[in-house]
Ligand binder design. Structure first.
Ligand code: SF4
Ligand code: SF4
Length: 430
Protein backbone atom coordinates (compact mmCIF):
# COMPACT_ATOMS: atom_id res chain seq x y z
CA UNK A 1 0.00 0.00 0.00
CA UNK A 2 2.78 2.41 0.80
CA UNK A 3 6.50 2.11 0.79
CA UNK A 4 8.75 3.48 3.43
CA UNK A 5 12.42 2.97 2.73
CA UNK A 6 14.60 4.09 5.60
CA UNK A 7 18.02 5.08 4.40
CA UNK A 8 19.95 7.55 6.41
CA UNK A 9 20.03 10.32 3.83
CA UNK A 10 16.79 9.61 2.05
CA UNK A 11 13.33 10.83 2.95
CA UNK A 12 10.77 8.11 3.65
CA UNK A 13 8.31 7.90 0.76
CA UNK A 14 4.67 7.25 1.53
CA UNK A 15 2.59 6.57 -1.50
CA UNK A 16 -1.02 5.52 -1.50
CA UNK A 17 -2.66 3.55 -4.26
CA UNK A 18 -5.22 5.68 -6.03
CA UNK A 19 -8.50 4.27 -7.25
CA UNK A 20 -8.16 3.13 -10.83
CA UNK A 21 -11.67 1.81 -11.33
CA UNK A 22 -15.19 2.47 -10.14
CA UNK A 23 -15.47 0.99 -6.67
CA UNK A 24 -18.34 -1.36 -5.77
CA UNK A 25 -21.56 0.22 -4.53
CA UNK A 26 -21.12 1.42 -0.95
CA UNK A 27 -22.53 -0.58 1.90
CA UNK A 28 -25.53 1.26 3.31
CA UNK A 29 -25.91 1.43 7.07
CA UNK A 30 -29.52 0.90 8.21
CA UNK A 31 -31.38 3.87 9.66
CA UNK A 32 -30.16 4.23 13.26
CA UNK A 33 -32.64 4.51 16.12
CA UNK A 34 -30.97 7.77 17.28
CA UNK A 35 -28.73 10.24 15.51
CA UNK A 36 -26.64 13.01 17.07
CA UNK A 37 -25.82 16.28 15.35
CA UNK A 38 -23.23 18.81 16.51
CA UNK A 39 -23.84 22.52 16.17
CA UNK A 40 -20.56 24.45 16.55
CA UNK A 41 -21.83 26.76 19.30
CA UNK A 42 -21.41 26.32 23.03
CA UNK A 43 -24.56 25.08 24.72
CA UNK A 44 -25.91 27.50 27.29
CA UNK A 45 -29.50 26.76 28.34
CA UNK A 46 -29.50 29.74 30.72
CA UNK A 47 -28.51 32.43 28.21
CA UNK A 48 -31.39 34.91 28.43
CA UNK A 49 -29.93 37.14 25.70
CA UNK A 50 -29.82 34.35 23.18
CA UNK A 51 -32.27 31.65 24.25
CA UNK A 52 -32.26 28.24 22.68
CA UNK A 53 -35.07 27.79 20.15
CA UNK A 54 -35.09 24.03 19.73
CA UNK A 55 -36.92 22.07 22.41
CA UNK A 56 -36.81 18.40 23.38
CA UNK A 57 -39.95 16.60 22.27
CA UNK A 58 -40.11 18.66 19.06
CA UNK A 59 -41.00 16.66 15.94
CA UNK A 60 -38.69 17.11 12.97
CA UNK A 61 -38.56 15.89 9.39
CA UNK A 62 -35.70 14.62 7.26
CA UNK A 63 -33.83 17.53 5.70
CA UNK A 64 -35.42 20.08 8.04
CA UNK A 65 -33.32 23.07 8.94
CA UNK A 66 -33.24 23.46 12.71
CA UNK A 67 -32.12 26.89 13.92
CA UNK A 68 -30.72 26.34 17.40
CA UNK A 69 -30.50 29.81 18.95
CA UNK A 70 -32.61 32.93 18.60
CA UNK A 71 -29.83 35.39 17.78
CA UNK A 72 -27.13 33.21 16.31
CA UNK A 73 -27.40 31.89 12.79
CA UNK A 74 -26.21 28.43 13.85
CA UNK A 75 -28.30 25.57 12.53
CA UNK A 76 -28.24 21.84 11.92
CA UNK A 77 -30.06 19.81 9.30
CA UNK A 78 -32.04 16.89 10.65
CA UNK A 79 -30.98 13.74 8.82
CA UNK A 80 -33.94 11.67 10.03
CA UNK A 81 -37.63 12.07 10.78
CA UNK A 82 -38.29 11.82 14.49
CA UNK A 83 -38.34 13.57 17.84
CA UNK A 84 -35.65 15.67 19.51
CA UNK A 85 -34.72 13.56 22.54
CA UNK A 86 -31.94 15.62 24.09
CA UNK A 87 -29.97 18.84 23.75
CA UNK A 88 -26.68 18.90 25.58
CA UNK A 89 -23.11 20.09 25.61
CA UNK A 90 -20.21 18.42 23.79
CA UNK A 91 -16.51 19.32 23.75
CA UNK A 92 -13.98 17.85 21.36
CA UNK A 93 -10.39 16.89 22.20
CA UNK A 94 -9.19 20.47 21.86
CA UNK A 95 -11.95 21.97 24.01
CA UNK A 96 -14.09 23.34 21.16
CA UNK A 97 -17.64 23.55 22.48
CA UNK A 98 -20.71 22.33 20.62
CA UNK A 99 -24.43 21.96 21.16
CA UNK A 100 -25.28 18.27 20.68
CA UNK A 101 -28.78 17.49 19.43
CA UNK A 102 -30.04 13.90 19.58
CA UNK A 103 -33.03 12.85 17.51
CA UNK A 104 -34.91 9.55 17.95
CA UNK A 105 -35.98 8.23 14.56
CA UNK A 106 -39.64 7.53 13.71
CA UNK A 107 -40.79 4.57 11.64
CA UNK A 108 -42.15 6.64 8.77
CA UNK A 109 -39.91 9.09 7.01
CA UNK A 110 -41.17 12.52 5.92
CA UNK A 111 -39.10 14.86 3.79
CA UNK A 112 -39.13 18.52 4.76
CA UNK A 113 -40.17 20.85 1.96
CA UNK A 114 -38.64 24.16 3.07
CA UNK A 115 -35.58 23.86 0.83
CA UNK A 116 -37.68 22.87 -2.21
CA UNK A 117 -39.85 25.94 -1.65
CA UNK A 118 -36.83 28.13 -2.42
CA UNK A 119 -37.23 26.98 -6.04
CA UNK A 120 -34.93 25.17 -8.44
CA UNK A 121 -32.86 28.27 -9.27
CA UNK A 122 -29.53 27.92 -7.43
CA UNK A 123 -28.31 30.91 -5.44
CA UNK A 124 -25.49 31.47 -2.96
CA UNK A 125 -27.97 32.68 -0.37
CA UNK A 126 -30.03 29.48 -0.57
CA UNK A 127 -26.88 27.37 -0.53
CA UNK A 128 -25.58 29.14 2.58
CA UNK A 129 -29.00 28.92 4.21
CA UNK A 130 -29.44 25.19 3.70
CA UNK A 131 -26.35 23.44 2.35
CA UNK A 132 -23.45 24.37 4.64
CA UNK A 133 -23.73 20.99 6.40
CA UNK A 134 -24.31 18.66 3.47
CA UNK A 135 -21.98 15.67 3.08
CA UNK A 136 -18.50 17.02 2.36
CA UNK A 137 -19.20 20.24 4.34
CA UNK A 138 -18.55 22.94 1.73
CA UNK A 139 -17.06 26.16 3.20
CA UNK A 140 -19.74 28.33 1.56
CA UNK A 141 -19.35 31.27 3.95
CA UNK A 142 -16.03 32.12 2.35
CA UNK A 143 -17.83 33.35 -0.78
CA UNK A 144 -19.68 36.04 1.14
CA UNK A 145 -16.75 37.03 3.36
CA UNK A 146 -15.77 40.61 2.49
CA UNK A 147 -12.19 39.88 3.61
CA UNK A 148 -11.76 37.07 1.09
CA UNK A 149 -11.72 37.51 -2.62
CA UNK A 150 -12.04 34.06 -4.12
CA UNK A 151 -11.06 33.78 -7.78
CA UNK A 152 -10.28 30.06 -7.98
CA UNK A 153 -12.09 26.97 -6.75
CA UNK A 154 -10.21 23.69 -6.44
CA UNK A 155 -12.40 20.61 -6.29
CA UNK A 156 -10.53 17.85 -4.50
CA UNK A 157 -10.96 14.63 -6.40
CA UNK A 158 -8.07 13.41 -4.29
CA UNK A 159 -8.17 12.54 -0.62
CA UNK A 160 -6.04 14.49 1.76
CA UNK A 161 -4.81 11.52 3.78
CA UNK A 162 -3.47 8.05 3.22
CA UNK A 163 -5.87 5.08 2.91
CA UNK A 164 -8.88 7.38 2.29
CA UNK A 165 -10.68 7.07 -1.07
CA UNK A 166 -13.91 8.99 -0.48
CA UNK A 167 -13.36 11.86 -2.92
CA UNK A 168 -11.78 9.57 -5.48
CA UNK A 169 -14.89 7.40 -5.29
CA UNK A 170 -17.07 10.41 -6.13
CA UNK A 171 -14.98 11.35 -9.14
CA UNK A 172 -15.01 7.77 -10.40
CA UNK A 173 -18.70 7.11 -9.87
CA UNK A 174 -20.46 10.50 -9.97
CA UNK A 175 -18.58 12.64 -12.46
CA UNK A 176 -21.82 13.70 -14.22
CA UNK A 177 -23.23 15.10 -10.96
CA UNK A 178 -19.92 16.84 -10.26
CA UNK A 179 -20.05 18.32 -13.75
CA UNK A 180 -23.46 19.81 -12.95
CA UNK A 181 -22.08 20.98 -9.63
CA UNK A 182 -19.31 22.86 -11.42
CA UNK A 183 -21.88 24.82 -13.42
CA UNK A 184 -23.87 25.56 -10.26
CA UNK A 185 -20.73 26.72 -8.44
CA UNK A 186 -19.85 29.06 -11.30
CA UNK A 187 -23.35 30.48 -11.24
CA UNK A 188 -23.72 31.02 -7.49
CA UNK A 189 -20.19 32.20 -6.73
CA UNK A 190 -19.28 34.03 -9.94
CA UNK A 191 -15.92 32.22 -9.88
CA UNK A 192 -14.95 31.17 -13.40
CA UNK A 193 -11.70 29.34 -12.71
CA UNK A 194 -12.48 25.89 -11.37
CA UNK A 195 -9.90 23.12 -11.16
CA UNK A 196 -10.62 19.47 -10.54
CA UNK A 197 -7.59 17.91 -8.84
CA UNK A 198 -7.32 14.16 -9.46
CA UNK A 199 -4.63 11.55 -8.78
CA UNK A 200 -1.92 11.26 -11.45
CA UNK A 201 -3.13 7.81 -12.53
CA UNK A 202 -6.72 9.03 -12.93
CA UNK A 203 -5.93 11.92 -15.26
CA UNK A 204 -6.87 10.20 -18.51
CA UNK A 205 -10.35 9.82 -19.92
CA UNK A 206 -12.14 12.97 -18.81
CA UNK A 207 -14.61 14.44 -21.29
CA UNK A 208 -15.04 18.24 -20.98
CA UNK A 209 -16.51 19.02 -17.55
CA UNK A 210 -16.32 22.80 -17.45
CA UNK A 211 -13.19 22.78 -15.29
CA UNK A 212 -9.47 22.33 -15.76
CA UNK A 213 -8.40 18.84 -14.73
CA UNK A 214 -4.99 18.71 -13.01
CA UNK A 215 -2.96 15.80 -11.72
CA UNK A 216 -1.81 15.50 -8.12
CA UNK A 217 1.14 13.31 -7.20
CA UNK A 218 0.22 10.26 -5.15
CA UNK A 219 3.22 10.63 -2.83
CA UNK A 220 2.01 11.97 0.51
CA UNK A 221 1.47 14.86 1.37
CA UNK A 222 0.94 16.13 -2.21
CA UNK A 223 -2.84 15.99 -1.78
CA UNK A 224 -2.99 18.48 1.11
CA UNK A 225 -4.38 21.87 0.01
CA UNK A 226 -1.17 23.87 0.74
CA UNK A 227 0.79 21.39 -1.39
CA UNK A 228 -1.77 21.56 -4.20
CA UNK A 229 -1.45 25.36 -4.00
CA UNK A 230 2.30 25.04 -4.48
CA UNK A 231 2.46 22.22 -7.01
CA UNK A 232 -0.53 23.08 -9.20
CA UNK A 233 -1.14 26.79 -8.73
CA UNK A 234 2.47 27.78 -8.10
CA UNK A 235 1.57 29.73 -4.95
CA UNK A 236 3.14 29.32 -1.54
CA UNK A 237 0.74 29.93 1.35
CA UNK A 238 2.61 32.07 3.90
CA UNK A 239 2.54 31.16 7.59
CA UNK A 240 -0.62 32.39 9.35
CA UNK A 241 -2.41 32.74 5.99
CA UNK A 242 -4.92 30.34 4.52
CA UNK A 243 -5.61 29.22 0.97
CA UNK A 244 -8.76 31.39 1.11
CA UNK A 245 -6.60 34.40 1.99
CA UNK A 246 -4.80 33.71 -1.31
CA UNK A 247 -8.11 33.69 -3.21
CA UNK A 248 -8.44 29.91 -3.51
CA UNK A 249 -11.29 27.88 -2.04
CA UNK A 250 -11.00 24.09 -1.73
CA UNK A 251 -14.13 21.95 -1.89
CA UNK A 252 -14.31 18.18 -1.69
CA UNK A 253 -15.75 16.34 -4.69
CA UNK A 254 -18.43 14.97 -2.38
CA UNK A 255 -19.48 18.50 -1.36
CA UNK A 256 -19.83 19.55 -5.00
CA UNK A 257 -21.91 16.46 -5.76
CA UNK A 258 -24.07 17.20 -2.68
CA UNK A 259 -24.75 20.78 -3.78
CA UNK A 260 -25.64 19.63 -7.29
CA UNK A 261 -28.00 16.87 -6.18
CA UNK A 262 -29.66 19.21 -3.65
CA UNK A 263 -30.61 21.73 -6.35
CA UNK A 264 -31.48 19.05 -8.91
CA UNK A 265 -33.74 17.03 -6.60
CA UNK A 266 -35.02 19.80 -4.33
CA UNK A 267 -33.91 17.75 -1.36
CA UNK A 268 -30.98 18.18 1.03
CA UNK A 269 -28.63 15.14 0.93
CA UNK A 270 -28.28 13.54 4.36
CA UNK A 271 -26.10 10.48 3.69
CA UNK A 272 -22.36 10.68 4.18
CA UNK A 273 -20.01 8.50 2.18
CA UNK A 274 -16.91 7.36 4.00
CA UNK A 275 -14.02 4.94 3.67
CA UNK A 276 -14.00 2.21 6.30
CA UNK A 277 -10.57 0.65 6.90
CA UNK A 278 -10.89 -2.51 8.93
CA UNK A 279 -8.36 -4.15 11.22
CA UNK A 280 -7.06 -6.37 8.40
CA UNK A 281 -6.39 -3.28 6.27
CA UNK A 282 -9.27 -3.92 3.86
CA UNK A 283 -11.10 -0.85 2.61
CA UNK A 284 -14.74 -0.40 1.67
CA UNK A 285 -17.07 2.50 1.00
CA UNK A 286 -19.93 2.97 3.45
CA UNK A 287 -22.96 5.23 3.24
CA UNK A 288 -24.54 6.37 6.52
CA UNK A 289 -26.84 9.16 7.65
CA UNK A 290 -24.96 12.07 9.15
CA UNK A 291 -25.28 11.62 12.91
CA UNK A 292 -25.16 7.82 12.82
CA UNK A 293 -23.24 6.40 15.82
CA UNK A 294 -20.12 4.49 14.78
CA UNK A 295 -21.41 1.33 16.50
CA UNK A 296 -24.18 1.09 13.87
CA UNK A 297 -21.60 1.18 11.09
CA UNK A 298 -19.50 -1.45 12.80
CA UNK A 299 -22.58 -3.65 13.25
CA UNK A 300 -23.57 -3.30 9.59
CA UNK A 301 -20.01 -4.00 8.39
CA UNK A 302 -19.20 -6.88 10.75
CA UNK A 303 -16.50 -5.03 12.65
CA UNK A 304 -15.98 -6.46 16.13
CA UNK A 305 -14.14 -4.36 18.68
CA UNK A 306 -12.13 -5.66 21.62
CA UNK A 307 -11.00 -3.65 24.64
CA UNK A 308 -8.09 -1.35 23.70
CA UNK A 309 -8.71 -1.53 19.95
CA UNK A 310 -8.44 1.94 18.48
CA UNK A 311 -11.00 3.88 16.42
CA UNK A 312 -9.61 6.72 14.33
CA UNK A 313 -11.69 9.34 12.58
CA UNK A 314 -9.85 10.46 9.46
CA UNK A 315 -6.83 9.08 7.66
CA UNK A 316 -3.68 7.33 8.72
CA UNK A 317 -1.49 10.40 9.16
CA UNK A 318 -3.82 13.08 10.49
CA UNK A 319 -6.81 11.21 11.93
CA UNK A 320 -7.83 11.52 15.58
CA UNK A 321 -8.70 8.69 17.94
CA UNK A 322 -12.18 8.67 19.43
CA UNK A 323 -13.03 6.82 22.58
CA UNK A 324 -16.64 5.88 22.13
CA UNK A 325 -18.60 3.91 19.57
CA UNK A 326 -21.38 6.44 20.18
CA UNK A 327 -19.38 9.08 18.34
CA UNK A 328 -21.52 10.21 15.40
CA UNK A 329 -20.61 10.51 11.72
CA UNK A 330 -20.12 14.19 10.86
CA UNK A 331 -20.59 15.98 7.51
CA UNK A 332 -16.80 15.89 7.07
CA UNK A 333 -16.09 12.36 8.35
CA UNK A 334 -14.27 10.96 5.32
CA UNK A 335 -12.84 7.84 6.92
CA UNK A 336 -12.94 5.55 9.91
CA UNK A 337 -9.95 3.37 10.69
CA UNK A 338 -10.21 0.48 13.13
CA UNK A 339 -6.88 -0.73 14.50
CA UNK A 340 -6.38 -3.90 16.44
CA UNK A 341 -4.84 -3.41 19.88
CA UNK A 342 -1.91 -5.56 18.78
CA UNK A 343 -1.10 -3.21 15.89
CA UNK A 344 -1.18 0.16 17.63
CA UNK A 345 1.74 2.49 17.16
CA UNK A 346 2.33 3.85 20.62
CA UNK A 347 3.82 7.14 21.72
CA UNK A 348 6.51 7.29 24.38
CA UNK A 349 7.99 9.74 26.84
CA UNK A 350 11.51 9.20 25.50
CA UNK A 351 13.33 12.46 24.90
CA UNK A 352 14.31 13.77 21.49
CA UNK A 353 17.67 12.28 20.45
CA UNK A 354 18.18 14.90 17.77
CA UNK A 355 18.35 12.36 14.98
CA UNK A 356 16.95 14.87 12.48
CA UNK A 357 14.49 12.47 10.79
CA UNK A 358 11.63 14.91 11.40
CA UNK A 359 13.59 17.81 9.90
CA UNK A 360 14.50 15.84 6.80
CA UNK A 361 10.93 14.77 6.10
CA UNK A 362 9.11 18.03 6.88
CA UNK A 363 7.76 19.33 3.53
CA UNK A 364 7.99 22.96 4.67
CA UNK A 365 11.46 22.65 6.22
CA UNK A 366 10.50 23.45 9.79
CA UNK A 367 13.28 22.73 12.32
CA UNK A 368 10.98 20.28 14.06
CA UNK A 369 13.69 19.03 16.42
CA UNK A 370 13.89 22.53 17.90
CA UNK A 371 10.17 23.26 17.66
CA UNK A 372 9.30 20.18 19.69
CA UNK A 373 11.43 21.35 22.62
CA UNK A 374 9.34 24.51 22.97
CA UNK A 375 6.09 22.64 22.47
CA UNK A 376 6.97 20.11 25.18
CA UNK A 377 7.69 22.99 27.55
CA UNK A 378 4.36 24.65 26.70
CA UNK A 379 6.16 27.69 25.28
CA UNK A 380 3.81 28.11 22.35
CA UNK A 381 4.45 31.80 21.60
CA UNK A 382 8.18 31.13 21.31
CA UNK A 383 7.46 28.10 19.11
CA UNK A 384 5.43 30.33 16.80
CA UNK A 385 7.87 33.24 16.81
CA UNK A 386 11.14 31.36 16.50
CA UNK A 387 10.39 27.99 14.93
CA UNK A 388 7.62 28.55 12.38
CA UNK A 389 4.80 26.76 14.18
CA UNK A 390 2.20 28.35 11.91
CA UNK A 391 4.07 27.36 8.75
CA UNK A 392 3.23 23.74 9.58
CA UNK A 393 0.76 22.29 7.09
CA UNK A 394 -0.26 19.50 9.51
CA UNK A 395 0.81 16.51 7.47
CA UNK A 396 1.83 14.42 10.49
CA UNK A 397 4.99 13.12 8.84
CA UNK A 398 7.24 14.26 11.68
CA UNK A 399 5.33 12.12 14.18
CA UNK A 400 5.38 9.20 11.78
CA UNK A 401 9.16 9.13 11.50
CA UNK A 402 10.10 10.16 15.04
CA UNK A 403 12.38 7.46 16.41
CA UNK A 404 11.56 8.50 19.98
CA UNK A 405 7.86 8.15 19.13
CA UNK A 406 7.10 11.61 20.39
CA UNK A 407 3.56 12.83 19.71
CA UNK A 408 4.86 15.85 17.78
CA UNK A 409 1.80 16.26 15.59
CA UNK A 410 -0.50 16.29 18.61
CA UNK A 411 1.73 18.90 20.28
CA UNK A 412 1.53 21.03 17.15
CA UNK A 413 -2.25 20.85 16.93
CA UNK A 414 -2.62 21.62 20.61
CA UNK A 415 -0.25 24.59 20.41
CA UNK A 416 -1.98 26.07 17.38
CA UNK A 417 -5.42 25.66 18.93
CA UNK A 418 -4.28 27.22 22.17
CA UNK A 419 -2.62 30.19 20.48
CA UNK A 420 -5.65 30.86 18.28
CA UNK A 421 -7.86 30.70 21.38
CA UNK A 422 -5.63 33.11 23.30
CA UNK A 423 -5.35 35.53 20.39
CA UNK A 424 -9.11 35.47 19.80
CA UNK A 425 -9.73 36.15 23.48
CA UNK A 426 -7.25 39.04 23.44
CA UNK A 427 -8.83 40.52 20.32
CA UNK A 428 -12.32 40.25 21.87
CA UNK A 429 -11.15 41.97 25.06
CA UNK A 430 -9.22 44.72 23.29
S1 SF4 B 1 3.23 18.08 10.68
FE1 SF4 B 1 5.46 17.97 11.07
S2 SF4 B 1 6.35 17.34 9.12
FE2 SF4 B 1 4.28 18.06 8.67
S3 SF4 B 1 4.52 20.23 8.14
FE3 SF4 B 1 4.08 20.13 10.33
S4 SF4 B 1 6.10 20.12 11.31
FE4 SF4 B 1 6.43 19.59 9.16
S1 SF4 C 1 12.57 12.56 14.82
FE1 SF4 C 1 12.04 12.68 17.01
S2 SF4 C 1 13.94 12.14 18.04
FE2 SF4 C 1 14.53 12.63 15.94
S3 SF4 C 1 15.04 14.84 15.99
FE3 SF4 C 1 12.86 14.69 15.46
S4 SF4 C 1 11.79 14.89 17.43
FE4 SF4 C 1 13.95 14.36 17.89
Amino acid sequence: MFKRPFFVCKKPCLEDQSLTAITPEPETTPLPSTITLYCPKAFDPHDQQDPILLKTGERVKTGQKLPIYKNRDAYVISTVTGTVSSISSYKDDFGHAYTAISIDGAETEEIDGQFAECGPEPSLETAMDFLALVPGKPPLNVFSDPEKSIDTIVICGVDSDLLVTTNQHFVKSKIDIIKNGIQILKKITGVERIILAVPQEGLQGFSPIGAEVKAVDTVYPASLPPMIMKDILGQVVPAEKSCEDMGVCFLNAEAVASIASAFEEGQIPVKKMLTLIKKDGSRSMVSARIGTPLREIFKACNVTLRDEDRIIIGGLMTGSAVYSEDHPVQPDTDAIIVQDREDLSLVSDYPCINCGECVRICPVKIPVNMLVRFLEAGEFEEAADQYDLFACIECGLCSFVCVSRMPIFQYIRLAKTELVRLRTAEANNA
